[in-house]
Design a protein around this ligand. Structure first.
Ligand code: HEC
Ligand code: HEC
Length: 420
């Protein structure tokens, strides 16, 4: 038999394969159109910095009262989160206002900024930082000795949880780092504490020989660890983008197509990371203490102070999203199904939000009721300012499209390395 005949016979005998080819052709068009890209394996890992960073990431002595580590809220066995709607901080009573985000691929060059509101960033030229600390910002920062060694937004981010009283520093009156008058003083005291621990001192000196050590080195090492350990480049989607056409099932391919077309997900979840660049108000429900005194969280507005930024949050990247529930900046949804329903309901979703599922955490984890925003005036303000796709309820999906979309998110975007 000639080769063409063999192929014809195969196609006739195996219709699924033929459909897969059509799906591939269609999906390839969107890959080109939207510049979807596979994530690359991290390069040039500095082993000494990685080892130091790993030690620091899991060490509770980074917190004022030695009771919280980075891993408390970013547990590698829980998709680098904590599995909670909102994290618990230095005491059981301290509910942190925002959901612990996952730490995958955060040093990717398309990751414009860090935190739900993007308050930490490093400009494109790699020259100036934008952070909550004035001493680090601009062309001639007061603490250039620190910014010089940071080297990335991911490194700069790492020196902020340790000066947050609720997250790691501890409440005033409970330890000297918490009592420090300024953030710079707290950083200095923490470094003194760590360099007094022989094992940690040795690791620092190995990673940064002959340098005057400051908190910037701690940030730099934590970033080296995170960018290496939490690099996720082996999802079926990445393998597909690298040319392995059977890495995705037909359902996942149809899901990726729905993501790019009827779902309109790509309008915000774009680029290689499927997120990280666009800020948007999608009218997500608000629970917990919030960022101001009235349980509110206006997100990006706190950074830009522009009215148009009110209630905007940074679009999260989506690798391993199946492992990182609950979802959204205040952790209001338990499943991907609920997230998709949120989008198809448009702004009505916020009125229809069902908070009953939170009760299981209220007793066992927080020991208190969580505030749930239901004030019609406040909800109205948020809906009024929401993205047009949400305001005009423009995301419409059939039940088959929903199923496929979830299959793409759940299986196609999950890296087997992080499934426990
Ligand atoms: C008490 C819980 C808690 C602890 C401890 C904690 N984090 Fe976080 N982390 C969070 C929360 C909540 C956010 C989001 C805050 C926001 O956006 O305002 C966050 C954000 C981040 C981000 C930005 C993620 C993104 O998508 O932009 C990184 C990176 C990060 N944390 C790393 C660390 C490191 C490193 C440590 C240890 C030095 C640490 N975290 C300690 C809860 C915690
Ligand atoms: C208008 C911009 C926009 C569109 C369109 C959009 N998203 Fe989002 N997405 C966001 C923003 C912003 C958030 C974070 C919202 C928040 O925290 O309050 C988010 C959050 C998510 C999350 C939760 C991730 C996490 O870690 O908490 C998932 C999953 C998600 N989107 C999937 C989708 C899918 C699937 C579609 C298409 C049906 C879609 N998104 C369409 C902007 C968008």
């Amino acid at each position: 038999m000639k080769l063409t005949t063999v192929i014809m016979a195969m196609v006739c005998l195996n219709p699924a394969k033929a459909i897969a080819n059509d799906l591939d052709r269609e999906l390839q068009r969107y890959v080109q159109m939207f510049k979807y890209e596979a994530i690359e394996k991290p390069q040039d890992v500095d082993q000494n910095k990685y080892v130091l960073g790993k030690k620091l990431f899991f060490d509770k002595r980074l917190s004022g009262n030695r009771n919280v580590s980075c891993a408390t809220c970013h547990d590698p066995n829980k998709g680098t989160g904590d599995g909670l709607p909102l994290p618990v901080g230095v005491t059981k009573k301290t509910v942190i206002p925002r959901n612990s985000p996952p730490l995958f691929n955060l040093d990717h060059y398309e990751m414009g900024s860090l935190f739900w509101d993007g308050r930490v960033s490093y400009d494109d030229m790699g020259e100036t930082f934008n952070t909550p600390s004035r001493a680090l910002n601009g062309y001639y920062p007061k603490r250039m000795d620190i910014t010089e060694v940071l080297g990335s937004a991911l490194a700069a981010q790492a020196i902020f949880p340790i000066i947050s009283h609720a997250e790691m520093r501890g409440m005033k009156g409970t330890n000297p780092i918490a009592n420090a008058k300024t953030d710079e003083e707290a950083w200095k005291l923490l470094m003194e504490r760590l360099l007094n621990i022989e094992e940690i001192k040795t690791l620092f000196e190995k990673a940064y020989p002959n340098q005057r050590l400051n908190i910037g080195h701690l940030g730099n090492a934590l970033a080296e660890f995170q960018r290496t350990e939490f690099a996720s480049y082996n999802t079926p989607w990445d393998r597909y983008l690298n040319g392995e056409l059977d890495a995705l099932s037909d359902a996942e391919k149809r899901g990726a197509i729905a993501f790019s077309t009827v779902g309109r997900c790509t309008q915000c979840h774009d680029g290689a990371l499927l997120g990280g660049r666009v800020f948007a108000n999608i009218a997500s429900p608000q629970i917990g203490p919030g960022k101001d005194l009235v349980n509110n969280d206006e997100g990006r507005f706190y950074v830009t102070r522009r009215n148009s930024s009110r209630y905007q949050f940074r679009t999260p990247p989506l690798r391993n999203v199946a492992l990182t529930a609950p979802y959204f900046h205040s952790g209001v949804y338990e499943s991907l199904e609920e997230v998709i329903d949120h989008y198809t309901k448009g702004v009505d979703a916020i009125d229809e939000f069902d908070s009953r599922w939170l009760s299981k955490f209220e007793n066992s984890v927080y020991g208190q009721r969580l505030f749930v925003e239901t004030n019609p005036y406040k909800l109205f303000k948020k809906k009024e300012n929401a993205h047009p796709l949400m305001r005009n309820k423009m995301i419409r999906l059939t039940s088959q499209e929903k199923k496929d979309l979830i299959e793409f998110l759940r299986v196609g975007l999950t890296d087997p390395r992080f499934k426990n």
